[in-house]
Design a protein around this ligand. Structure first.
Ligand code: COD
Ligand code: ATP
Length: 197
């Protein structure tokens, strides 16, 4: 039986950092952010729908989607964000289910589904155990501003488009506290995996 681990968190809380730790333990990561980039490539059905909905202005010269521009449009407006979600999420979900099935057929011991919006999109039925990468609000804001070069306002808008991490704490089965050092976080990941055995 493959244990399906649902890894979630908030923007810049450290999901990629933690998913790399799982990967280093030989576990396959199915990454919703990566899939959401693949399903909006030129020629994909979601690409056409996005251009139809948001206009040619959101394209770069090479006709690919200008993610920075689309981000500015959707994180400042709930209705726009919902529209984009309705276009992109079904295709992401379908691909994630397909990849999860592949791991089950291989009889993998574990597989990680890295889904930022696991709770918001009510996708917990897709996984056996939910693992939340938690940081406090100040650390989240600071790391997001540092990593992406966003202003405080831009970073706050993105954080506020998601369920607050302190609410997600109440919903998750397991919490990985990523306020401390990378080593502290890694120790928690290993402890969690040992507990599954
Ligand atoms: C708006 C887009 C083009 C911005 O692209 P960009 O390369 O700047 O960011 P990236 O995709 O790497 O996402 C970074 C983080 O933003 C957060 N985020 C992304 N989309 C959303 C959303 N619709 N609602 C809330 N948070 C989101 C997540 O925490 C994610 O990890 C892109 O995020 C997108 O297409 N979003 C819609 C699809 C989606 O919901 N993806 C998230 C999981 S499926
Ligand atoms: N324990 C830590 N100590 C210091 N910096 C950290 C720690 N964990 C993560 N970071 C840094 O914080 C930033 C966010 O981490 P990461 O990219 O892993 O988050 P994420 O949740 O995957 O983000 P996103 O939601 O945007 O996909 C990165 O710049 C990363 O290097």
């Amino acid at each position: 039986m493959t244990v399906v681990i649902g890894l979630t968190g908030g923007i810049a809380s450290g999901k990629s950092t933690v998913s790399n730790m799982f990967r280093n333990q030989g576990i396959r990561i199915i990454d919703a952010d990566k899939i959401s980039r693949d399903v909006v490539e030129i020629g994909e059905p979601a690409y056409q729908q996005i251009v139809k909905t948001f206009g040619q202005d959101i394209l770069l010269d090479d006709q690919t989607i200008n993610r920075e521009k689309l981000g500015a449009i959707i994180f400042s407006n709930d209705k726009n964000r919902q529209q984009l979600n309705e276009i992109v999420h079904p295709a992401v979900r379908k691909e994630m289910l397909k990849q999860k099935q592949e791991e089950k057929e291989k009889n993998a011991k574990q597989v990680v589904l890295d889904i930022p919006l696991l709770f918001e999109s009510k996708l917990t039925h897709m996984v056996d155990v939910t693992v939340l990468v938690y940081v406090d609000e100040q650390t989240q804001l600071k790391r997001l501003m540092n990593r992406n070069g966003y202003s405080k306002e831009e970073a706050m808008m993105r954080i506020q488009s998601q369920l607050p991490l302190k609410e997600k704490v109440k919903l998750a089965d397991v919490i990985i506290n990523n306020n401390g050092s990378i080593e502290d976080t890694e120790a928690q990941v290993i402890e969690f995996l040992n507990g599954l055995k």
